[in-house]
Design a protein around this ligand. Structure first.
Ligand code: FES
Ligand code: FES
Length: 161
């Protein structure tokens, strides 16, 4: 059996030192080792987007990344974005627009939406739809999610929601 290897990374601004087996993916490492269960796992092969989070500022599928690959990296999960208040307005918009039902897709959806809102200050609906097309939702039919992201973009740029 392969031995666990030491890794050192930053998770939501805090230093984490751990020993992890090379085969363990980042999503499982965060959930099982660090108990950060806000990152959800759906398909486990890069399709559904439920496991989306940030590594060094870029969104990634954490089911497709090995934990050992994050040695020296900065990882931000939905817990980090939520606790810092970075996405407080987006979370409120999701609630107000009924953009979540079971909530399984929501952490990944919020990570992907925030990523796009950081890149594009005034996205139109088609652009939002395109950017979120890699995140599956079985409940909402997507319209309410697009509404929530669009209204957040409008509010952040001082336009009427
Ligand atoms: S669980 Fe990672 S993309 Fe579906
Ligand atoms: S709210 Fe249930 S999967 Fe999106």
């Amino acid at each position: 059996m392969t031995a666990a290897v030491p890794i050192s990374l930053e998770v939501n601004g805090e230093r984490v030192e751990a020993h992890v087996l090379p085969r363990v993916n980042l999503a499982d490492f965060l959930r099982d080792h660090l108990h950060l269960t806000g990152t959800h796992v759906g398909c486990e092969h890069g399709v559904c987007g439920a496991c989306t989070l940030r590594v060094n500022g870029e969104i990634v599928r954490s089911c497709l990344m090995l934990a050992v690959q994050t040695h020296g990296a900065s990882v931000e999960t939905i817990e980090g974005l939520s606790d810092s208040g970075e996405i407080a307005d987006l979370q409120l918009a999701f609630r107000d627009r009924n953009a979540l039902q079971c909530g399984y897709c929501t952490p990944g959806m919020l990570m992907a939406a925030q990523d796009w809102l950081r890149q594009k200050r005034e996205p139109d609906r088609e652009e939002i739809r395109e950017h979120l097309s890699g995140n599956y939702c079985r409940c909402t039919g997507y319209q309410a999610i697009i509404d929530a992201v669009e209204s957040t973009a409008r509010a952040r740029t001082g336009r009427a929601p």
